[in-house]
Design a protein around this ligand. Sequence first.
Ligand code: OAD
Length: 282
Amino acid sequence: MSGDASVSDLATAARLVRDARRIVVFSGAGVSAESGIDTFRTEGGFWQRYPPEEFGTPMGLAKLYAADPARLARFLEELVGPIACAAPNPGHQALAALERGIASRGGALTVITQNVDALHQEAGNSAVHEIHGSMFDIVDAEGRALRRLERPELARIADALARSQRGLFKRTRLARALLPLIGLPSAGTWTQPRHRPSVVMFGEALAEPAWQRAQAAARQADLVLVVGTSGLVYPAATIPELATDAGARLIEVGPERAFDGIWLPGKAGEVLPALVADPAPS
Ligand code: OAD
């Protein structure tokens, strides 16, 4: 295992996991890092290359679409491409195994994720609240569900985005490449898209009913397992405290520490399999 998780911390954490009846996993970009998807705030991360003031709001995207479609296409390709190619890593798989183990003992595990990549579901977790929405759920201008994309469709969109910036008519070709994902009213404007992924942008409300359900699950948990998040984005980052205020214990996995509790430093794909491997009672 990478990092410095002491054997005793790991043993204590494993015992808490084994004894818990209701576990809430609160995950962020770090759990998908080993699936090839960039985190946002770590050195060289996504928001360093693409500042969120410009790329993380509907108004910012509208301005880029008008002024610099090639840069917008590069951003969208870098956002969508890795998700399109990603597969669950051992960290996701360990969480799915943990859900099965707990269910067999009559308990329950709920994943509350800030990620939009659907990798927890693909690994096999069945109760997943995507509080920042999903890249795969296409909604209309009022937020009503229209259809669900498949991962290969996302790969085709990423390819089309790359091709759209070779040659003339870049804005028009960008709009066409984006069409399965984002429906722009007409070439030259990006007012309110006719359809878009349910991904939550800065300044927008969290996804519902996921957010209400996530808070309810957190209040009922006896253990909250925080994985791969800087804990800097609110209101999402209130979830661990909601759980601990209601009496839950907290375990955190990741190279950096953001919350009070037992910290297991290291990569999710290495620490989680060790944590959930059926531990010998001691
Ligand atoms: P951040 O990029 O803020 O934090 C990622 C965390 O993962 C950092 O603490 C890293 O140290 C850690 N990390 C990196 N590699 C890891 C690994 N292999 N295993 C475990 N941990 C690792 O990402 P989030 O906390 O998810 O919002 O960011 C929260 C929100 O900010 C995102 O959902 C996104 C962004 O703006 C929206 O898009 C609405």
